[in-house]
Design a protein around this ligand. Structure first.
Ligand code: BJW
Length: 249
């Protein structure tokens, strides 16, 4: 029997999803793991082995060593360019068509949901593909790698940085409000491939639970959310999500 055949989706969850009209999904780094993108709390390897991602993803790290932080994001941007969305991303793109509203909220900055065909993704932590000026915040669509690290803002000569949300920085207001509204109003909430350690994203499943909505966690490992959620599906999202979509018929 293959690993996919061994996965069972509880019947009452299937029933609940068949009658659901509004579904909200929060994804984290785990959904991209099977594409070959390291999760945030995996130890880094190679050149980056001596750094902790949590320490690099801060404005303080950028001020201290902008070249190092820029190079780390360049490495990640290049990595993401070479990988493909996996079965988990693709299953979520298919799942969207089954419901009146399907709100896909991601903490990931890799754009893999969009490449798998998902539309209107709420990106809570930004996107690696964009950059902005550290000094003035100008969003820059196109920049020159001219040997200066980090490159300079073409508008004000400030230092460029990735357009992602670092610790201590505010998340996009409209996206965050839409995410909380969807969590409180949905018929089913999914937390997929996230450790649930980083706020305010980690509060979204809790908001759904407070509103009395069932929360499904999909993760190979237990997290702080596990004991509170309604269903725990243990395993890799790239294996479980296609089975879940198939179970809906
Ligand atoms: C699989 C799998 C497979 C593996 N299938 N699963 C409340 C309490 C305490 C602290 C705070 C709080 N509110 C705010 C804070 C402070 C802070 C915070 O949360 N700190 C905690 C660490 C304690 N939050 C912030 O600073 C946020 N800003 C903020 O609150 O601003 C307030 C403000 C308001 C107004 C003005 C100014 C300020 C910002 C948080 C930004 C986080 N940014 C990062 C970096 C983004 C850019 C980048 O990618 O470089 O976002 S940090 C990093 O963590 C990244 C991720 O999106 C995020 C979440 O990680 P995620 O996705 O959960 O990944 P992992 O690696 O942790 O987990 C992977 C999971 O996958 C694991 O569970 C695996 O088991 C699983 N997995 N393989 C399914 N195949």
């Amino acid at each position: 029997m293959s690993a996919a055949q061994a996965i069972t989706i509880p019947d009452d969850l299937v029933d609940c999803l068949r009658s659901a009209r509004h579904v909200a999904v929060l994804t984290g780094a785990g959904i991209s793991a099977e594409s070959g993108v390291p999760t945030f709390r995996d130890a880094l390897s190679g050149l980056w082995a001596k750094y902790r991602p949590e320490v690099l993803a801060t404005p303080e790290a950028f001020v201290r060593n902008p070249g190092l932080v820029w190079e780390w994001y360049t490495w990640r941007r290049e990595l993401v360019r070479t990988v493909q969305p996996n079965e988990g991303h693709r299953a979520l793109a298919r799942l969207a068509d089954r419901f009146e509203t399907f709100t896909l909220i991601t903490q990931n900055v890799d754009g893999l949901h969009q490449r798998a065909g998902s539309r209107e993704v709420i990106e809570l932590h930004g996107n690696l593909a964009r950059v902005k000026c550290f000094e003035q915040g100008h969003i820059i669509a196109d920049w020159q790698e001219d040997g200066t690290v980090p490159p300079r803002c073409p508008r004000c000569q400030g230092r460029l940085r990735p357009d992602v949300v670092w610790f201590g920085e505010a998340l996009p207001e409209a996206g965050l409000a839409a995410a909380f509204a969807a969590a409180s109003d949905c018929d089913v909430f999914f937390a997929i491939g996230t450790s649930g350690l980083v706020h305010p994203a980690a509060d979204l499943p809790l908001a759904a639970l407070r509103a009395g909505r069932p929360v499904v966690e999909l993760n190979p490992e237990p997290t702080p959310l596990s004991r509170r959620c309604t269903y725990q599906l243990r395993g890799n999202s790239g294996a479980i999500l296609p089975v879940l979509v198939a179970a809906l018929g």
